[in-house]
Ligand binder design. Structure first.
Ligand SMILES: [Zn+2]
Ligand SMILES: [Zn+2]
Length: 202
């Protein structure tokens, strides 16, 4: 019988199975732990590779890392935390206004976001399709009400603004009608959420 081994050690640098389970675009799992509050803590990083300065495009120099902690959608019945070991870069071009910058990927999370992009999508889906309350979502994510609300509010607002684009359209095709109906439903939910937010705050 072979000794039990971490699957990650058997697969070389990164583990395809762990990456498949966690599935954050461009990121690889390097550790999974359970914290004292029974949350899964998943540490991820991007594969090493050259990076161009986002302003001038000159090849940047690596300059350590910054650990960014994010709330992710729950998995296996537990709240999840992602620790993203973001790479920090220095631009060597003296004429460039960018001195240093940190790895970003909006597909994973908004630059100063507290929730991953998919946790935001999950939360909104829970509200739209499962009639979940913000408090129920907060509980499942294992975070504060304010954290959830501040993360999803701009997305709900953007969807609401989107709906306004349809306001002047008189003739709609079938697909457009479905979209508009969805948008109207969504707008009602946004109003309800605003009311709930005011009630909870007061
Ligand atoms: Zn693995
Ligand atoms: Zn630069």
């Amino acid at each position: 019988m072979p000794e039990p081994t971490l699957c990650c050690r058997m697969c070389g640098d990164y583990c395809d199975r762990c990456d498949l389970l966690v599935k954050l675009p461009g990121l690889h799992v390097i550790a999974v732990e359970r914290d004292g509050r029974d949350r899964l803590v998943v540490t991820v990083e991007s594969a090493p590779g050259p990076m161009g300065c986002r302003s001038c495009g000159v090849v940047a120099h690596g300059h350590g890392r910054v650990n960014v902690r994010l709330v992710d959608a729950p998995a296996f019945g537990r709240p999840v935390r992602i620790v993203w070991r973001k790479r920090r870069w220095l631009c060597p071009e003296p004429a460039c206004e960018v001195i240093s910058f940190i790895e970003q990927d909006e597909q994973v999370a908004a630059p100063r976001g507290l929730l991953t992009a998919r946790a935001c999508r999950w939360a909104i889906e829970q509200i739209r399709r499962e009639h979940a309350s913000v408090n129920g979502i907060r509980r499942q994510l294992g975070t504060g009400w304010r954290t959830v609300w501040d993360s999803i509010k701009p997305l709900l607002q953007a969807a609401d603004d989107d709906e306004a684009r349809f306001a002047g359209v008189a003739v709609l095709g079938v697909d457009e009608h479905v979209v508009r109906h969805e948008a109207l439903l969504f707008r009602m939910e946004v109003r309800d959420l605003h009311r709930l937010a005011v009630a909870a705050a007061g």
